[in-house]
Design a protein around this ligand. Structure first.
Ligand code: NAD
Ligand code: 0WE
Length: 260
């Protein structure tokens, strides 16, 4: 029997088979969960639907998290389909590409608002709707990155969004804890995905991160998926408001202080 046997949950943010959310879906499926997915627009439907079917999903609906009408419609369909939820995974982020290349001090109001809306507020928006369908024992996980707490070159406004996302995780954990619902963030090391592949010099960043980590390598979608399945499960019933690192130990290192 798997650690998620009999549980029903949403996994938001599958774009293709390289997505972190797809690693999460495979782990949850293996552990016995029944899964529902979203896709962003008609372009993504072609990619996501076959994957969702492979994961045995019965629920696949469109959702752009920046649109309140789509948010309400999506969660109304979740309620119709299942009537309740045991877990939700939020694996969604986006910033204007220019904001990840230009000088941080030149960040525009529009780029700031867009990045924080899609990458941070959307977790609150999903959590408030998912929580209404959850009973005590419910669990939510969002995906963060070290750029929330360290200045990572070029991560820029996304770092500010991840800082807001991690703080939101703590406040959601405090608020929804009253209802017995746990809320956690998982901070993943760099992984080559659609979002990451559009980033210049990502190879160099992967290289540095492998060398600076405790295990001397990077992490995989599967490793993030397994840790997420744990946080979603009753095995983690004592964990809430946490930012759990799955980065091969990179964040506890001292970087390169120039001594061997
Ligand atoms: P990905 O491109 O596979 O996933 C990002 C997802 O966000 C896509 O499915 C995309 O459709 C979705 N999305 C963007 N805007 C949206 C909107 N308005 N409405 C609904 N969905 C929207 O890339 P990924 O690397 O798997 O990213 C998933 C999460 O993991 C993100 O939060 C990212 O910040 C985080 N993360 C990634 C890495 C990495 O190195 N890849 C490391 C740490 C954390
Ligand atoms: O969270 C992310 C990716 C976030 C992301 C990436 C893009 C590229 C394409 C958000 N929006 C966009 N918009 C685009 O147009 N990561 C943790 C991966 C990542 O992205 C970086 C990184 C790392 C690591 C960007 C700069 C520096 C490091």
């Amino acid at each position: 029997m798997g650690i998620l046997t009999g549980k029903k949950g949403l996994i938001l943010g599958v774009a293709n088979d390289k997505s972190i959310a797809w690693g999460v879906a495979q782990a949850c499926k293996r552990e016995g969960a029944e899964i529902g997915f979203n896709y962003l627009g008609d372009m993504m439907e072609k990619r996501v639907r076959p994957l969702a079917e492979e994961a045995g999903a019965t629920f696949i609906e469109p959702l752009d998290v920046s649109d309140d009408a789509q948010m309400d419609a999506f969660f109304a369909k979740v309620e119709q389909h299942w009537g309740m939820l045991d877990f939700m995974v939020h694996s969604i982020a986006f910033a204007n590409k220019d904001a990840l290349r230009s000088r941080f001090s030149e960040t525009t109001r529009a780029d700031f608002q867009f990045a924080l809306d899609v990458s941070a507020y959307s977790f609150i928006a999903c959590a408030q709707r998912a929580a209404r369908l959850m009973s005590p024992g419910g669990s939510m996980v969002t995906m963060s990155y070290l750029g929330a707490v360290r200045a990572v070159p070029n991560y820029n406004v996304m770092g500010v969004a991840k800082a807001a996302l991690e703080a939101s995780t703590r406040y959601l954990a405090q608020d929804l804890g009253r209802d017995g619902i746990r809320v956690n963030a998982l901070s993943a090391g760099p992984i080559r995905t659609l979002a990451a592949s559009a980033v210049g010099d990502f190879c160099k960043l992967m290289d540095k991160s492998a060398r600076g980590s405790m295990l001397g390598r990077n992490v995989s979608q599967d490793e993030v998926g397994n840790a997420t399945a744990f946080l979603l499960s009753d095995m983690a019933s004592g964990i809430s408001g946490e930012v759990h690192y799955v980065d091969a130990g990179f964040h506890v290192g001292a970087g390169d202080p120039g001594v061997e």
